[in-house]
Design a binder for this molecule. Sequence first.
Ligand code: S3P
Length: 749
Amino acid sequence: MSSKTENSEPQINQLVIIGLGLIGSSLAIAAREQGLAKTVIGISRRTSTLELALELGVIDRACDSLEALASELDFGDLVVIGVPTLSVPSIIAVCHEFLSDRVTITDVASVKGSVVKALLDVYGKLPRQFVPGHPIAGSEKSGVEAANSQLFQDHRVILTPHNTADCEHLSLVSALWSDVGAVVSTMSVDEHDAILAATSHLPHFLAYSLVDTLASVGDNREIFRYAAGGFRDFTRIAASDPVMWRDIALANRESILSILDQVMDNFQALRGAIDDGDQDYLMDVFTRARDARNHFGKLLENKALQGPMTEKAINYRISPGGNARGDVRVPGDKSMSHRSIMLGSLAQGMTEVTGFLEGEDSMATLQAFRDMGVVIEGPERGRVVIHGVGLHGLKAPAKALYMGNSGTSIRLLSGLLAGQSFDTELTGDISLSGRPMGRVADPLRSMGANIETSKNGTPPLKIRGGQRLSPINYLMPMASAQVKSCVLLAGLYAEGDTSVTEPAPTRDHTERMLRGFGYTVNVGQRTASLTGGGDLLGTRIDVPADISSAAFFMVAAAITPGSDINLQHVGINPTRVGVINILRQMGTQISLSNEREVGGEPVADIRVEYGKLKGIDIPPDQVPLAIDEFPVLFIAAACAKGTTTLTGAEELRVKESDRIQSMADGLVTLGIDARSTVDGIVIVGGELRGGNVLSHHDHRIAMAFAIAGLRAKDEIIVQGCNNVATSFPNFIESAAAIGLNIQVEAHND
Ligand code: S3P
């Protein structure tokens, strides 16, 4: 609604503004410029202010008191109390005594609790005509000279109407603010005062305090002469009107004291850390704050946060030969990292994750939840703190959620998002945009979800919110942990029991982690089920090293005579150990030590030594258990004596690239007899020569061919290795640490 009616008649008859400070006079001049009232009347006790206001064209008419004007005001007139916070009660007393209850009244004080208290004191109840308001706009300038008709443009105005406020009065006030360009929202008085204490009042007091401290230091002229940059930015608001801020400090006493206490505790701890030289503490605080600031900055710019990758193409040039010796801890498990963010965000309370994979895939998941309003601190050296919002606490993102290269993000998220009240769109990079999504869209539709894919069944996914989901018993046609997880996560939002039965065991991190968050999941031979409508409770998660990343160095050791590699703290979930079983069967020496359970997942150190490799027929039951490790296992097969045959692995054709074809082509380039079949590959071991191979923008293909360099006769160049950062951001450094020699070259694409 607008405060001008359709035939352009102003809806406000007389707009009366009491107090011609920055806010009052800016509102007056904006209303005049836009013809929002028939007459704009300014009230001030100072004649000079009124004269100036008339001269500057801020008001149409001047008056020295409300008493003098009150008898002229009636329905359709709007009185705005624009005086400093502590003077509001005396004006409220005048309103009560002299104004008709048909006149609309609002105020602009920065504290609302004190205004409501004054209303109760004076009226004995909350008057229906009074709509408390607060424009979040201002400047360090004050007075009628600073009147600025654009001051409220795109700024927020918070109204805190009480239950008994009359909607005619509310809509008149709301329309006035919208018409001067503000974005109007409403909230409770308590919420307003607590939020403003933290976001506006506290920064002003910090700025005043800092400037005051420096001003009282010995030769402060020198200090101020050199104080530029940070000092100037930080203290700009210390030039604000002292009366106004004195009033705010006293009027919002409780909320301000509470946040000041928290900051003082933080300051004490910071002081202690500086005194003790505690670098870790300082890094933790500064990094957390920086990440939070970036996050808020992006929220303020209203951006969905991550764009597609546009940097230069990276190639690997791998010198032939090298060692495979040493102790390595590879980055955190990708599957668990994704799930920790998803479940942590949907839990109640805080979740602390350590060992989180800071790769692009898991960061895409993290970013998506930030885009949906979840506050997530970090990652900082693998530590992430998620402030869970509960199963129903996500907010609509401003833009499409960008999932980059990550199949796990898009498929698991599609299940969660099908149960939300808002619409979402999920997009990805070129590789992800070609991957099949019907496998998740189909079961979700049968649960009642409204989800659209492209004509080919690929991303983008458009998911309509507000659907009621029904539980299903899903017989999954392919062995896919992503599909299983998607359906189970949607099942959290369905009424009743959802179950998924898989044709072969797939990774069960979702089931384990749900239990870690206190959610009951029943797991049978091949079926997992849960009942919707429960709660997840925040927890701690220690993510072990990713066996899929460790696999590259396991194969490095397996193919290099004289090797001996120890991989620390690797997740050895029974649904992921196909690579160990297959390499052992081919002749590699692998021993596990220090076996333990961490947060519901088995973990061990894995020692791998060279042993003569022989070709094998890979047992079909190992396929889902080694699904991500085949690219590098094919390198082991190329270095083995005899033939290795893989069947039943058609899923490899729909990974980040067609991994059967990508590997067969690259191996042939390197002189190996490799033949792809519909659902697998046949590789005859031989001598690897050098050559130029393509990664097809697939991280695991790139890393597999990098490992091949250990046994190649000549240099191998792998083209298009940027996506290694999706799962193994420090691959080059770790590879160098065990003795590989890889040069990274950047090219314009
Ligand atoms: C994953 C499941 C597997 C795997 C992928 C991660 C997961 O995919 O290839 O890298 O985290 O659930 P499928 O479930 O499609 O086989």
